[in-house]
Design a protein around this ligand. Structure first.
Ligand SMILES: Cc1ncc(COP(=O)(O)O)c(C=O)c1O
Length: 461
């Protein structure tokens, strides 16, 4: 089925090339090639303007948990726009934000009972750092402003979130960034230092202890928070080793540092639980969320905050001096409620838990390919690390990586009908994060497309 006429297709391309500025995109790569245009979605699949179907192996951008084309969620947004399209959360409430806040608090672990809404993940991270700073000033510890986060971790693009992000290349053009971002090792066991490379428990202990060493090095009185994802996305899905978060929680308690669980990707079923911290059994002081809270039917983000952090703001003249016009937008909140209704009705968490093992074992079949070094992840969230030499784990040179990922893989996977991500912000990886409705049929489709494209990639090296 052709979705658009040839004239419409030509016009869209012309306008896109003339007027669009795509995010994190080398625009020059479209000088002689078409900009991919997606026009429609249905379930786990999306369609381009020619009617060609693609398996959405990345849920858009780790977003579309319930899949595409859910009219009941769209209608919830439309109803809300007719009833009350907009009102701010600056000194007012509206029923959708109130009900959603209560629902999120009831799903979140422990006493994370306060919800501060934003419109995005970066704003959620930014808000968490600002809250940590103002909170410590309010309780008489004004020296605490630094934030620890892990190497190669992505926490967003606004200046504060970028200072927390651990990717030197995307920070460099914007230096100097706000002061206080400090890096610690991540939990990439495949690339563990040699003295812990053969013992996952010891590796986890070492990686957590590095957080303590960083706090001591920086001065405990200057550290406000540690920002960690339950499973680190950037670099290609690094799950935490056993005991890692238990030790991190201990360290944070010892030095009075806040533990922020950045769950912009890992919440809302990605790991088979509403929150990633539930999956790994730790209690954060703040959870940041976005993406899957609405499955992308409208933009929304926020942070869930422990009661204790609200306390200094709950009397006298105190207020958290921070706000965002569209945060907790009524349409987005109504959509989030309808999205969570789908989670419940269809037991999507149950689906992920029941099928996560099959997803893993289907992807692990790819380990027989010479280019596949490591298959790692959790739930419906996987990274496949590509290597030049499996035995030595040698990675590709910058030039090879450029030719392999940008020159071939990204386009070849898309042409073969799979949307996923070929990323070289750490070592080269393919990332998968499909809608939570997927089952064996989609796992097999991903495996088959990856097998044929990765086999071809190897012959081109
Ligand atoms: C862990 C994490 N934090 C923050 C962000 C930033 O979210 P946004 O793009 O909505 O600003 C992302 C985005 O992918 C993320 O993965």
């Amino acid at each position: 089925m052709t979705e658009y006429s040839p004239e419409q297709i030509a016009k869209l391309q012309e306008s896109a090339k003339r007027h669009m500025w795509l995010h994190f995109t080398r625009m020059s790569s479209y000088n002689d090639a078409d900009i991919p245009v997606i026009v429609r979605g249905s379930g786990e699949y999306v369609f381009d303007q020619y009617g060609k179907r693609y398996l959405d192996g990345l849920a858009g951008l780790f977003v579309s948990q319930i899949g595409h084309g859910r009219t009941e969620v769209a209608q919830a947004g439309a109803r809300q726009a007719s009833e009350l399209a907009y009102f701010p959360l600056w000194s007012y409430g509206h029923p959708q934000a109130i009900q959603l806040a209560e629902r999120l608090a009831s799903l979140a672990p422990g006493d994370l009972n306060r919800v501060f809404f934003t419109t995005s993940g970066s704003e959620a991270v930014e808000s968490a750092w600002k809250l940590a700073k103002q909170y410590f000033k309010a309780i008489g510890q004004p020296g605490r402003y630094k934030v620890l986060s892990r190497n190669i971790a992505y926490h967003g693009t606004s200046m504060g979130a970028l200072a927390i992000t651990g990717l030197a290349d995307i920070k460099a053009p914007f230096e100097p960034l706000p002061a206080g971002g400090v890096r610690v090792p991540n939990t990439n066991f495949y690339r563990a230092p040699s003295f812990v490379a053969h013992d996952l428990d010891a590796f986890g202990q070492w990686a957590a202890d590095e957080i303590e060493r960083a706090i001591l090095r920086e001065g405990p009185d200057s550290v406000a928070a540690v920002f960690l994802e339950p499973v680190q996305n950037s670099g290609g899905c690094f799950p935490p080793p056993p005991g890692y978060f238990e030790r991190v929680r201990q360290i944070c308690d010892t030095y009075g540092v806040l533990l922020v669980s950045d769950e912009v990707i890992c919440a809302f079923g990605r790991l088979g639980y509403y929150f990633g911290s539930d999956r790994f059994g730790y209690q954060p002081d703040i959870i940041t969320f976005a993406k899957g809270v609405t499955s992308g039917y409208a933009p929304l983000g926020g942070m869930l905050v422990r009661d204790q952090l609200m306390e200094p703001f709950s009397h006298g003249g105190a207020s958290f001096l921070h706000g965002i016009t569209f945060a907790g937008h009524p349409v987005s909140c109504a959509v989030a409620m309808a999205n969570l209704d789908v989670f419940e009705k269809e037991d999507l968490l149950g689906n992920v838990r029941a099928n996560a093992g099959a997803f893993r074992s289907t992807l692990e079949k790819l380990s027989d390919l010479p280019i596949v070094g490591d298959v790692r992840g959790e739930g419906y969230f996987y990274g496949i690390e590509l290597v030049k030499d499996k035995a030595t784990r040698e990675t590709f040179s910058d030039d090879e990586s450029e030719r392999l990922l940008r020159g071939f893989l990204s386009t070849a996977l898309y042409d073969a009908g799979l949307i996923c991500r070929a990323d070289d912000r750490g070592d080269p990886v393919i990332q998968l994060s499909p809608p939570l409705t997927c089952g064996q049929q989609q796992f097999d489709e991903m495996e088959q497309i990856l097998r044929s494209v990765l086999t071809e990639a190897w012959t081109r090296l």
